[in-house]
Each structure stands twice: as structure tokens, then as C-alpha cells.
Design a protein around this ligand. Structure first.
Ligand code: EPU
Length: 420
């Protein structure tokens, strides 16, 4: 098992490019199940979660492999086994994204229930309610969702989500694309990854409008053609690199990002005193002296992303003054706090809020990653801490960042991966 060693205290300088978005690549891969034939998806990052989704598609009978350059190619056969087993779903909750495409295109699906996870309970009740509204017959048996489309096809419907869910919106949008008639979905997630999936589906021949707003309207079609798509840049990787550049003394250009996807974060980076300005192909961030305190709360897009909460907290941990961070999306997403405390941070959690009292400096120590974004925060903290920080359980980081240490080292970071 690998660990990452960081000798902190070197301000970052230079340019770094952002990879394709994990959370756009995963639904695009699931969307291939909507059409038989050869699909090509470009700008797919080489990550553990992407490989897991590839294995899941292979398990069903698809052929998955990297073509020229970075394109990921998927060949969907004329018949497949529509099952997502527990062994795969338990390592990656996003496996549930195959449910909608399977039941819509293949008339049935058997998908393991994901169970709990490190950041909260994360039920999939909204996915199931919406698919039921589309006419799927759903039973829960032996830990599996067994779904069937009576007469082989789903039927258009109106459905309002109780709360905006990203993968829920994606799952149901994919299912409705092949349903008979019109579907109107209310209270949808508006994340850029939902819009990217809608773009991908339109490229396959789907008739979808309203993505990026709370109401998505879908006119079902009888068949779709294989996917040719380039996934959007990863706004969370971009955001993580922007925070790295906003650490004291930093001056970093983050290339290949979409500034419109990063507005809530950029506003908070400016609030702590960093300068963030457009640069060719991306954004330039300059972290002046010590950050200033600021409060923020996470919220669905276009609010401040929960996936950036842990990383932003690192800036607040070394800020002058106290900040209040409120996590509204997941109930248990402060697991990084105790590890940051081991580095000398002064943070107290009370339910959904964390009171961060800025300290003058952090000092390196061994720390344990608990989930993907928490591990990114620990790497950022290591960049600014005195002496050596050892981040253990790096497999969490590798689920969602394409060799983060190789992106940070050329910026001057003293960071390396070693076998633990
Ligand atoms: N929720 C329900 N019922 C449902 C679905 C969701 O109660 O049926 C709740 C969740 O428990 C949570 C809230 O709704 O409290 C929002 O969850 P959402 O469904 O939007 O999350 P997700 O689709 O499971 C995606 C990302 C996450 C990201 C969240 C929030 C993917 C593959 N995952 O998860 O990404 O944190 O949206 O933006 O797109 C990550 O990349 O590190 C990550 C965890």
C-alpha cells in the first residue's frame, strides 16, 4: 500500500493542467449501456474508480479498453448480463449508475444496494422512487435491487425529487431517455456533471432539455446510437489545485478548467485574500500572505461544493481569525478534522458545523486518509506544514485524483510516493 511523503513549506509556482472529471466519466461509462455497439469517451482520467466502472461493464459482458491517446473504448454486445454484484458496488457507490440504463435498455437489472459509507448514510431511495414512477417494478431482495420494465419498456412520467441528487438525476435521466413518451423531472441536481451527461446523451440521439436548471424535460426515443464524447474538466481537481496555489506565497496557473464551474470556490478564495484572475486556458491564483478567516456552507451546485469542503478548511486552519464551516450535504463529512488536528489545527466540530480557529502554522505528522476528498485535504495540509507529513491510505486519493503528487511536484512541492 502506498503512502505520500511531503516536506512542507515550499510555496507552489508554475502551471498545471486539469484532467477529465471523474464524476462525469463515471455516468458517461454507465450511459454506454443504453446502446449496443462501439463507444469512445475522451478525456477520461486514469483513476481507480474509472477502472472499477470498467470492470463492472466487463463483468456484464462489455469489452473495455484504452484506445489511442486517452480515449476509453467500450463495446456493448447484443446481449449482456445486467448485474452489478456487491463486490463491485461496495467499493464504488457510483456503480448504482448502471441501474437506470440497464432497466431502460435491457428491461431488467440486478444491482446490489450500496450500504453506508464513510461520509454518511447515502440512501438511493430517490433513484428507486423515480424509476418506479417511470413504471419499473422494483423489489429489494438479498441486498439487491431487482428492477424490471414490464413489457420491456419504461413510460414517461412527471417526478419531483425530494432533494437534488446528482447520481439520482443522472440515473433517471438515462432511464427516461429510452422511455415511451415525455418525462418531466423537478428539483433536479444542476451540477456541471449532470449537464455533461445530458450533452453526451444528446450526442447519442436523446431528446433532453432543461439540464442545468431544476426542471429537466426528456422526450423518450426508441433507440440511441453509440457515444462519442469528451468529458468536462474536473472542477474538484481544479479546485484542489487552486487551493494549493492559494497557500501562502503560491502563484499557480490552473489550466484546462472551466471558470464558470468554480465560481463559489473562487469567491471564497478571494474572501481569504487570494487573488484569482482569468489566465489563458484557465485561472491564475496568487496566495499572498496568511489567509484571512471566512465562513462558508456547502450546498448543491451552484453553491459551495461539499467535495471542496475539506480542502478549503486547510486554508482556514492557518488563517488569522476564526471561521465557521457548515456541511449541509452529507451528515458525516468532517472525518479529516481529527487528522488536521494531529497537524496542529484547532478545529471543533458540533454536528453540522466546524469552528476553525486559525493557527500560525501546522507541523508535519503521520495522518490517515478516511475518504477521497479528506485525503486531498491532508496532502494540502502537508504542503504548508513544517517538516514531514506522511499521508497513509493513499488508495482513497487515487480513487479520484490522477497522480496528484505528479501534478504538485513540478510546481515545486517536495512530495513523493513510497511503498508503505
Ligand atoms: N440522497 C438521498 N436519497 C437519494 C440520493 C441522495 O437522501 O436517493 C441524499 C444523500 O444522502 C446526500 C444528498 O442527498 O445527503 C446528496 O447526495 P447526491 O445523491 O447528490 O450524491 P451522489 O450522487 O451519491 C455525487 C458525487 C459525490 C458528491 C455528491 C454531492 C458522483 C459519482 N459522486 O454523489 O462525489 O459528493 O454528488 O455533490 O458523482 C466525490 O467525488 O468525492 C464524491 C463523493
Amino acid at each position: 500500500m502506498d503512502k505520500i511523503l511531503i516536506d512542507g513549506g515550499v510555496p507552489l509556482r508554475g502551471e498545471v493542467a486539469v484532467s477529465g472529471a471523474k464524476n462525469a466519466a463515471l455516468p458517461a461509462l454507465a450511459a454506454t449501456l443504453l446502446a449496443e455497439g462501439g463507444h469512445a469517451i475522451h478525456n477520461v482520467p486514469d483513476l481507480a474508480d474509472v477502472r472499477t466502472m470498467g470492470r463492472l461493464l466487463s463483468h456484464m459482458g462489455c469489452e473495455v479498453g484504452r484506445g489511442d491517446g486517452r480515449a476509453l473504448e467500450v463495446r456493448v454486445p447484443a446481449s449482456l448480463s445486467p448485474e452489478a454484484p456487491y463486490e463491485m458496488v461496495k467499493t464504488m457507490r457510483a456503480s448504482v449508475l448502471v441501474l437506470g440504463p440497464l432497466v431502460a435498455r435491457w428491461g431488467r437489472a440486478r444491482v446490489s444496494l450500496p450500504g453506508g459509507c464513510a461520509i454518511g448514510a447515502r440512501p438511493i431511495d430517490q433513484h428507486l422512487k423515480a424509476l418506479t414512477a417511470l413504471g419499473a417494478e422494483i423489489e429489494l431482495e438479498h441486498g439487491y435491487v431487482e428492477a424490471r420494465a414490464p413489457r420491456g419498456r419504461l413510460s414517461g412520467t412527471s417526478f419531483v425529487f425530494d432533494l437534488p441528487t446528482v447520481t439520482g438525476t443522472e440515473n433517471v435521466m438515462m432511464a427516461a431517455a429510452l422511455a415511451e413518451g415525455r418525462t418531466v423531472l423537478g428539483n433536479c441536481a444542476r451540477e456541471p456533471e449532470v449537464v455533461d451527461l445530458a450533452d453526451a446523451l444528446r450526442g447519442m440521439g436523446a431528446r433532453i432539455e432543461g439540464d442545468g436548471t431544476p426542471e429537466i424535460r426528456i422526450e423518450g426515443v426508441t433507440g440511441l446510437t453509440p457515444l462519442r464524447h469528451r468529458v468536462v474538466p474536473d472542477r474538484i481537481e481544479a479546485g484542489t489545485l487552486l487551493v494549493a496555489g492559494a497557500l501562502p506565497g503560491g502563484d499557480v496557473v490552473v489550466r484546462d478548467c472551466v471558470p464558470a464551474h468554480l465560481e463559489a470556490l473562487v469567491e471564497k478564495l478571494r474572501a481569504v485574500g487570494a487573488s484569482v484572475e482569468p489566465a489563458p486556458g484557465g485561472l491564475r491564483v496568487v496566495g499572498d500572505g496568511r489567509p484571512r478567516a471566512t465562513d462558508f456552507r456547502t450546498a448543491p451546485f451552484p453553491g459551495f461544493p461539499t467535495d471542496m469542503q475539506a480542502q478549503m478548511m486547510v486554508l482556514l486552519a492557518i488563517a488569522s481569525g476564526s471561521s465557521v464551516v457548515t456541511e449541509t450535504v452529507f451528515e458525516n463529512r468532517f472525518m479529516h478534522v481529527l487528522e488536521l488536528t494531529r497537524l496542529g489545527a484547532d478545529i471543533a466540530v458540533d454536528g453540522k458545523t466546524a469552528l476553525v480557529k486559525g493557527v500560525a502554522s501546522l507541523s508535519g505528522a503521520p495522518v490517515m486518509a478516511s475518504d477521497l476528498r479528506a485525503s486531498a485535504a491532508l496532502v494540502l495540509a502537508g504542503l504548508v506544514a513544517r517538516d514531514t507529513t506522511e499521508v497513509l491510505r493513499v488508495y482513497h486519493l487515487d480513487r479520484g485524483y490522477e497522480r496528484l503528487e505528479e501534478k504538485l511536484a513540478p510546481l515545486g512541492a517536495r512530495i513523493r510516493r513510497v511503498k508503505a
